[in-house]
Design a protein around this ligand. Structure first.
Ligand code: ZN
Length: 251
């Protein structure tokens, strides 16, 4: 087969994945066999869940499209230019069920605080993580690009920041979750949805001062953790307000 040349132009913040070539958004690949566009894009370092639109000669194509001749390819991230919004999109915009890898404990806690369903199997290996993701149809959150490139991954996101609060804002924006927040409804420890708990039913589990000063309680049906608006509460509320206001500003 005659060798051919593929020229890929990466738009928006996809260039962060291009590694040492950062600053250059164009990569050329010389190929000698028929190759899927997904494999070509991932060979440049860009995981497929980050790619929302692929244009070849102004036509949108899917990941399984194969190339065997010279081509010019335009690759767009999620939420890129509105001018191309009418074309076929490859990613789901809205997704509210997640699975986070073991390094993203802070992000997991923040998302649960906002009421979102985030599985966080701490001691799972990659295989177990991907199995759970697939079985429960969750979007994978990870800064491990290789993991995100796994062919079984349908929905996923690579947090750009290393800071949990920044990551939280990124995820809320990426999956369009700002209207879906329900703070203080989910267990921060185990992800279960909290139940209202009558004070009389849990009073023997409370510290003396908590018994005196608080009347509203929620309890986790799974791990039995009890939640009330105690001394930590203003701090958490402040964090939620900060996240909310920053999403509004930059949205
Ligand atoms: Zn729990």
């Amino acid at each position: 087969m005659k060798p051919f040349q593929v020229r890929l132009r990466f738009h928006g913040d996809l260039r962060i994945f291009l590694g040492s070539k950062a600053g250059y958004a164009v990569i050329e690949r010389r190929l000698a066999e028929k190759t899927s566009i997904k494999d070509i894009i991932e060979s440049c370092g860009v995981p497929h869940p980050e790619v929302d639109l692929i244009l070849i000669d102004h036509q949108s194509v899917g990941f399984d499209h194969t190339l065997a001749d010279d081509a010019e390819v335009e690759v767009f991230p999620v939420e890129s230019q509105s001018t191309v919004r009418t074309k076929k999109r490859l990613q789901t915009a809205v997704m509210a069920r997640f699975i986070a890898d073991g390094h993203l404990g802070g992000l997991t806690r923040n998302l649960r605080l906002l009421g979102f369903d985030v599985a966080w199997p701490k001691n799972a290996d990659d295989r177990q993580l991907l199995d759970l993701m697939s079985r429960e149809n969750r979007a994978l959150l990870t800064r491990d690009r290789r993991l995100l490139m796994h062919r079984i991954v349908e929905h996923g996101y690579y947090p750009r920041s290393q800071n949990p609060d920044e990551q939280t804002i990124e995820v809320v924006r990426r999956f369009d979750l700002s209207e879906a927040m329900a703070p203080f409804t989910r267990c921060l420890r185990c992800n279960a949805t909290l139940d209202e708990a009558a004070k009389a039913n849990i009073i023997d589990k409370l510290e003396p001062l908590t018994k005196i000063y608080y009347d509203q309680f929620r309890r986790c049906p799974d791990c039995k953790q009890i939640y009330w608006p105690g001394s930590h509460f203003p701090k958490l509320q402040k964090r939620i307000e900060e996240i909310r206001s920053r999403i509004r500003i930059k949205a």
